[in-house]
Write a protein that binds this ligand. Structure first.
Ligand code: CTP
Ligand code: MG
Length: 181
């Protein structure tokens, strides 16, 4: 496929993984996953990782996958490239995996002494990609190898940090997020 096709495909297949973090920001709050527990004097995850945010993010990302599947045919016609549908397990894997990756990153941030909200360049932009890809691979392996070709994976690694930075700055300016990362 050409560069445009690869870029469009990369963004399309990752939309169910891009949405969960933003949905969690909107829906977050309530009981933290770690229940306030600490390891070595520091929170396991911190108050920024809640059950409600994680559930809302997973549901939102899965809903995006279902919605995209419904319009895949029309969207393919518009961009003139074949855009894949998402089997339910692929959507769940991308959405839940994105949340898991973000939670894993918070675990690492706390272990390295970073307080809630502290930036961790690199990890902040790619944690959810790693989680989403890993979970999608586990839950929908056949779909995964068919969809995530090498060019698409490369495009994802290049485009995601850019999109992530832009959406977080927008959320920050809109007053939805406390930090612009
Ligand atoms: N959020 C949530 N549950 C999650 C992820 C996010 O409730 N699993 C909500 C929280 O309200 C969080 C906000 O979304 O404060 C922003 O998410 P994020 O930037 O990932 O968390 P931080 O508060 O920055 O904490 P951390 O340093 O652990 O990333
Ligand atoms: Mg943060």
């Amino acid at each position: 496929m050409d560069v445009f096709g690869v870029l469009v495909t990369a963004i399309w297949v990752m939309l169910p993984a891009y949405v969960p973090n933003n949905a969690a920001v909107l829906a977050g709050g309530g009981r933290p996953i770690d229940g306030g527990r600490t390891v070595g004097g520091r929170r396991v995850l911190g108050d920024g990782k809640t059950w409600r945010g994680t559930l809302a993010g997973t549901l939102a990302g899965t809903a995006v996958a279902v919605g995209l599947s419904a319009v895949a045919g029309v969207a393919s016609g518009i961009v003139g490239r074949p855009l894949p549908e998402f089997p339910l397990l692929a959507g769940v894997g991308l959405a839940f995996g994105a949340m898991l990756g973000d939670i894993g990153a918070s675990f690492l941030k706390r272990r390295s002494g970073r307080e809630r909200g502290a930036a961790f360049p690199g990890l902040d932009q790619l944690d959810f990609v790693v989680g989403a890809l890993a979970c999608a691979f586990v839950l929908a392996p056949a779909w995964f190898v068919q969809t995530f070709t090498l060019p698409v994976l490369v495009a994802i690694l290049v485009v995601t940090p850019l999109l992530h930075v832009v959406t977080n700055v927008v959320a920050y300016v809109a007053g939805l997020k406390n930090e612009p990362w």
